[in-house]
Design a binder for this molecule. Sequence first.
Ligand SMILES: *Cc1c(COP(=O)(O)O)cnc(C)c1O
Length: 221
Amino acid sequence: MSIKKIINSFQTKYKNKITLIAVSKQQSSEKMIEAYKSGQRDFGENRVQELIKKAPLFPNDIRWHMIGHVQTNKVKFLAPFVYMIHSVDSLKLLNKLNAEANNNDRIIKCLLQIHIAEEIHKFGFNMEELDRIFTENDWKDWKNIKISGLMGMATFTNDMQKIRQEFQKLKEYFDILKEKFFNDTDYFKELSMGMSNDYDIAVEEGATMLRIGSLIFGNRN
Ligand SMILES: *Cc1c(COP(=O)(O)O)cnc(C)c1O
């Protein structure tokens, strides 16, 4: 299927209910432009270097989503333009993002990445850490970031039942945190989960954002 056909099929299937993020890491500009011309505006990258190199080459109505691990010393390069960071995984990073967004007179949307997979090398908070952070910090003082929800990556496996359980766990954490800390906000509402091989399960379990790469663009270089 062509890039245009796939993007259009997502557009009709999910209308305005789910945001499709086209994960363009290691994909050619030609393919990205094809996606853009098909109406795609949300693009995701997982490496800071690649993102800051690409962004200036594309139209400025693209919303750039950073979906990979971010080191605090790289935040200053992203802060002037990034739309949302899905992979916030430390208190230090939250503070840094707020400071750099403030320097740029911007508000940056953030998702808290939760460690739901069994693989230990994947990044993310656990619930105890988050509970402590939001209990101990006056997070409403972070004026330049909007904590907009959660992100998670399931275990890399063919066991669909396991993937489903991990997504269910993430949704459960989302509900708990919303209830406890974010009930009086209107922006804590996003659940970023689901990739090319598991997005249909993610949708069934409540995803509001899908991060899809190879299904749209084909294999990476
Ligand atoms: C690469 C990547 C994706 C997309 O993966 P596909 O399997 O190509 O859809 C989604 N999320 C993150 C964090 C990624 O690094």
